[in-house]
Design a binder for this molecule. Structure first.
Ligand code: F6P
Length: 362
């Protein structure tokens, strides 16, 4: 039976989104002969029918190697809590009924939401209001449960590792401490795995509050042994024991979550206070979210896209495509958003890092 399905990309963008969109469009059209409607700017697009357009094979031609998302996205768009101006004040209103109505007006048999924890939680709430949902796990932070890995993470890791390789040569030439601040709000996966791959000396992650005296001692020990430079990689969400995450901009009516940033500078200051060494900080920022996806993310995104369509065909709603080992399967969205996929401070990867002589701030 012919179907009409919608697809949107929500939350922060990441490399591989276009591979998912292409996978959905190609398999929906080639295998099933369905219609696909692309919704612009995440759930915001479902508040305005002018932002919903048909996607054809032509629309997805050539997008596989492209970063970003051809549909646009936003990490502010929550239809259950939309900031609007009323009497000169910003207030939040629930516009989810309009979204449900527009899904019906568009005649969508299913909606594929490509997003991280925040977008998938919204998808779940809309599912409860009658929208048949299928999820696809996206985030460079790799902090979603229910899948071995999210697409976008691998590309971000490559970018961070490449930055560490580059910082190494200049750190060594100038006998400096180089600090690389990477993304990772609650989960330190990018810092941990790029740190291992890039030969970092110190890795700081949100899951292990750090002690600056120990960081200084580790750097001093290295320099006493003749290594006059050190490389530190810190997740933006890392924080000192007994302290708090460093917030660059607080949350407000328009931004539901605070903007992190500044931990690199904070650690630099602590090192300068205890050691007579030159310290420099690089904040990698959104470079990690941009650029062409790696082979791994293109293949994974494409497989997630075709799986999402297969899930619609099988009527498997309320579920998210996922990777287990080498196989694509699915889990309930509810299980995927129950908690965050955090680094286990006593797990194998942390153990491996410590066995390599990397200092984890504790
Ligand atoms: O996608 C998650 C993330 O990469 C976090 O690590 C980071 O805090 C956030 O996005 C930054 O998002 P933006 O600056 O686009 O709001």
């Amino acid at each position: 039976m012919s179907k009409k399905i919608g697809i949107l990309t929500g939350g922060g963008d990441c490399p591989g989104l276009n591979a998912v969109i292409r996978g959905v469009v190609k398999s929906a059209i080639i295998r099933h002969g369905w219609e696909v409607i692309g919704i612009e700017d995440g759930f915001d697009g479902l508040l305005d029918l002018g932002k919903c357009r048909p996607l054809t094979l032509d629309s997805v031609r050539g997008i596989l190697p492209r970063g970003g998302t051809i549909l646009g996205t936003t990490n502010r768009g929550n239809p259950f809590s939309c900031p609007i101006e009323q009497d000169g004040k910003i207030v939040s209103v629930d516009l989810s009924d309009r979204v449900v109505e527009n899904v019906r007006t568009l005649g969508l048999d299913a909606l594929i939401t490509v997003g991280g924890e925040g977008s998938l939680k919204i998808a779940l709430e809309l599912m409860k209001k009658g929208v048949p949902m299928v999820g696809v796990p996206k985030t460079i932070d790799n902090d979603l449960l229910g899948t071995d890995v999210t697409f976008g993470y691998n590309t971000a890791l490559e970018t961070a590792t490449d930055a560490l390789d580059k910082l190494h040569t200049t750190a060594e030439s100038h006998h400096r401490v180089m600090i690389l601040e990477v993304m990772g709000r609650y989960a330190g996966w990018i810092a941990l795995e790029s740190g291992i791959a890039g030969g970092a000396d110190v890795i700081l992650i949100p899951e292990i509050p750090f002690d600056h005296a120990r960081i200084c001692a580790a750097i001093k020990k290295r320099s006493d042994r003749g290594s006059r430079f050190s490389i530190i990689v810190t997740a933006e969400g890392a924080f000192p024991a007994g302290g708090d995450r460093i917030v660059a901009r607080a949350a407000d009516e328009r931004n539901a979550i605070e903007r992190l940033g500044g931990i690199g500078q904070y650690v630099a200051k602590q090192i300068e206070l205890c050691l007579d060494m030159d310290v420099r900080v690089t904040v990698l920022g959104h470079l990690q979210r941009g650029g062409s996806p790696t082979t791994f993310d293109r293949a994974l995104g494409s497989r997630f896209g075709t799986k999402a369509v297969a899930m619609v065909a099988a009527g498997e709603f309320g579920r998210m495509a996922s990777l287990h080992g080498r196989n694509i399967s699915s889990v309930t969205i509810e299980d995927a958003v129950r908690d965050l996929n955090l680094v286990d401070p006593d797990g194998e990867i942390v153990q491996a890092a410590e066995d390599l002589g990397i200092m984890l701030g504790r």
